[in-house]
Design a protein around this ligand. Structure first.
Ligand code: DON
Length: 304
């Protein structure tokens, strides 16, 4: 495994075309696109890594997997009253389907869906309390209490929030948002601004590898049934309008973030995190996807 990861890191470092860093969040626009990290966590807890796998980065939309998991634990299937389970085929921040579909977002991973998930888990609580719960949950599943939120990134998103504010108001106009919009968005931005390294992120995904149990800690996070369903959603919706392409090239449930990270799950085999800040046209890590493609070719871990 270490040889495979070293080969991948070497190939990725040599790439000239590295994609473009997200510039609509000013704090992310300043990140050096030459960085690359990869970590593979095995169910036993062993971790293999290469490149800057301990460097912290903004997990952004990858956090949506964790907030959905929390929401399913708190309110179960009631979450599906306000969020769908279909791929959108549209960009992550698109508003077009919301009008035709009465303010119900297609899935929990597009921005509108993730905002609706945050609204559903607030249940009358203050943003600080909910954020503490989300952060606590991420620390618990990753078994790492040092994981924290990068306040600068959250404030940077807040300063450029027009699109997400529109999505939230649009859903509210259909009676689908219960809490004050600025509070819901405050939680959403802070959740997206959790900083993690590839190694921490790979560990956080371990419960999805082994039917809901992080075997390295013995902690059951969700039922086997629920873990399978979260993996299906990641496979179908985790890369927005690039989900089909990701399934075609990599063949694993995966969730991307505009910070350039991807969490991919090889059921029964490993949890994998890659990070390369340059994005493709659809907002998914360009070289991160290539790295996963290489890993799957070498390991045979595709689910197909
Ligand atoms: O709301 C946003 O635009 C960001 N906080 C998250 C978007 C994101 O990560 C999309 N993923 N590729």
């Amino acid at each position: 495994m270490q040889n495979i990861l070293n080969d991948i890191a070497e190939t990725i470092q040599a790439q000239k075309q590295r994609g473009v860093v997200a510039d609509y969040i000013p704090e992310l626009a300043a990140i050096d696109p030459k960085q690359f990290g990869i970590a593979v966590a095995l169910p036993t807890g062993e971790i293999y890594s290469a490149g800057c796998a301990q460097q912290l980065f903004s997990i952004q939309s990858i956090s949506k997997v964790f907030s959905l998991t929390l929401a399913l634990g708190k309110i179960g299937d009631a979450i599906w009253q306000n969020v769908g389970r279909e791929p959108s085929g549209d960009p992550f921040n698109s508003i077009v389907q919301l009008e035709k579909e009465h303010g119900k977002p297609r899935n929990p991973f597009i921005n509108a869906g993730a905002i609706a998930v945050v609204d559903a888990i607030m249940m009358g609580h203050e943003p600080k309390e909910i954020l503490a719960e989300i952060l606590q949950f991420v620390r618990y599943i990753a078994n790492d209490s040092s994981i924290a939120i990068d306040e600068k990134v959250a404030l940077s998103e807040l300063a450029t929030a027009h699109r997400n504010t529109s999505l939230a108001h649009f859903m509210a106009s259909f009676g689908r948002i219960e809490h004050a919009i600025e509070k819901v968005l405050g939680v959403y931005y802070h959740q997206c601004s959790i900083s993690m390294s590839c190694e921490q992120l790979a560990k956080a995904g371990l419960f999805l590898v082994s039917e809901g149990v992080n075997q390295s800690t013995g902690r059951r996070v969700v039922s086997a049934h629920r873990a399978r369903r979260i993996n299906s959603l990641m496979m179908m919706c985790g890369h927005y309008d690039g989900s089909g392409e990701f399934a075609y090239r990599v063949g694993l449930p995966g969730k991307s973030g505009v910070g350039g990270g991807i969490l991919a799950i090889a059921p029964n085999n490993a949890s994998i995190a890659v990070w390369s800040p340059g994005l493709d046209k659809l907002g998914n890590s360009m070289l991160g996807t290539i790295a996963l493609e290489m890993l799957v070719q070498r390991t045979g871990w595709s689910v197909f």
